[in-house]
Design a protein around this ligand. Structure first.
Ligand SMILES: [Zn+2]
Ligand SMILES: [Zn+2]
Length: 271
C-alpha cells in the first residue's frame, strides 16, 4: 500500500497555522510517506457566509490563489527526489453557486493533480452556515432551523450526493471529503438515528462507483474531542474497498505535527 497523505493544508489557510509547507513535507518524509497531496481551501464567493470575521478565516482571498499554486509548485520541485508532492485543492460544494467553482476550475484546473471535494456549508437560518464551525453555531443556525438532527442529516447527505455529481465532472483525481463531517460535534448534540446514517452512507456507494470519485478517509475527527471518530466509518471503508472505490488516507493536517496522525487506524481498516 502506498503511504500517501491525500488531504493537507498550508499557511494559505487562515484557520490553520502559519508554518511553511516545507515543515509539513519534511514531517511526511520523516514518517515514510511517498506521496503528499496539498489540498488548500480555495477562495469562496464574497459574502458567502454572513459572519464577516468567519468569512476572513474560511479561505484565502482570490488574489492569493496564483501565489499558492506557484509556491506549491516550488516545494514540489524542491523535494522531488524524496517525495511526490501533488498540487491540489479542497473544493467546496457551493450550493447554488457551482458556477463559481466551475470558473475556478476552468482557470486553474490544468494545474490540479488532486481534488478533495467537500461539503462544509448548508443553507441555514438566514444564509449559508458551516457544519464544522462550533457546536453553538451549528445548534442555533442549522439544528434549530431544520428542527431535528435526522432532518439535518438528510439535508446534509442530499448535498453530499450533489457534491459527488459535481466532482464526477472533474478530470483530475478526486475524492469526496470527510463524509461524516456532520458528526463533528456529536458529543454536544442530540443523537442521530444510526440506521438513517447507515442508509444514507450506503446509498453513496453506487454513486461513487459510477462517478469515479474516491473517498477521503479523513481521520481528523479522531483528534476532535466532541467527535472521537474518523469521518468515515470502518464498515464503509470495507464496502467501498470491496467495490474498488479508491479510499485515500487524509490527515487534514492544519499544522505540521498533524501530518500522518492515525495512519495506523487507516492501515488497519484497509487490511
Ligand atoms: Zn481547513
Ligand atoms: Zn474540509
Amino acid at each position: 500500500m502506498m503511504k500517501w497523505d491525500g488531504h493537507t493544508h498550508t499557511q494559505f489557510c487562515y484557520h490553520g497555522n502559519d508554518a511553511p509547507l516545507e515543515k509539513y513535507v519534511e514531517q511526511a518524509i520523516a514518517l515514510g510517506f511517498t506521496r503528499y497531496s496539498v489540498t488548500e481551501h480555495p477562495p469562496i464567493p464574497v459574502g458567502w457566509v454572513n459572519n464577516e470575521s468567519l468569512f476572513q478565516e474560511l479561505a484565502m482571498p482570490e488574489q492569493e490563489l496564483e501565489q499558492y499554486f506557484a509556491y506549491v509548485q516550488q516545494v514540489k520541485l524542491k523535494y522531488q527526489d524524496q517525495i511526490e508532492v501533488t498540487i491540489g485543492l479542497e473544493l467546496d460544494y457551493l450550493h447554488g453557486r457551482t458556477d463559481y467553482t466551475d470558473e475556478l476550475i476552468s482557470k486553474w484546473g490544468h494545474l490540479l493533480e488532486d481534488v478533495v471535494y467537500s461539503v462544509h456549508y448548508l443553507p441555514g437560518r438566514d444564509g449559508m452556515y458551516c457544519v464544522d464551525f462550533t457546536a453553538e453555531d451549528f445548534t442555533k443556525n442549522l439544528l434549530q432551523y431544520y428542527g431535528s438532527m435526522d432532518t439535518l442529516i438528510d439535508i446534509y447527505f442530499d448535498h453530499v450526493e450533489l457534491a459527488i455529481e459535481h466532482a464526477s465532472r472533474l478530470s483530475m483525481r478526486k475524492r469526496i471529503g470527510h463524509l461524516n463531517l456532520i458528526t463533528k460535534f456529536a458529543h454536544k448534540l442530540p443523537p442521530v438515528s444510526e440506521p438513517l446514517m447507515r442508509e444514507r452512507l450506503e446509498q453513496l456507494l453506487p454513486l461513487l462507483l459510477e462517478s469515479g470519485v474516491g473517498v477521503d478517509i479523513n481521520v481528523a475527527g479522531l483528534r476532535v474531542a466532541t467527535c472521537e471518530q474518523a469521518y468515515v466509518p470502518s464498515w464503509f471503508i470495507t464496502k467501498a474497498t470491496e467495490l474498488g472505490i479508491e479510499c485515500v488516507y487524509g490527515s487534514d493536517a492544519h499544522k505540521p505535527e498533524q501530518v500522518g496522525l492515525f495512519w495506523d487506524w487507516y492501515e488497519q481498516n484497509m487490511s
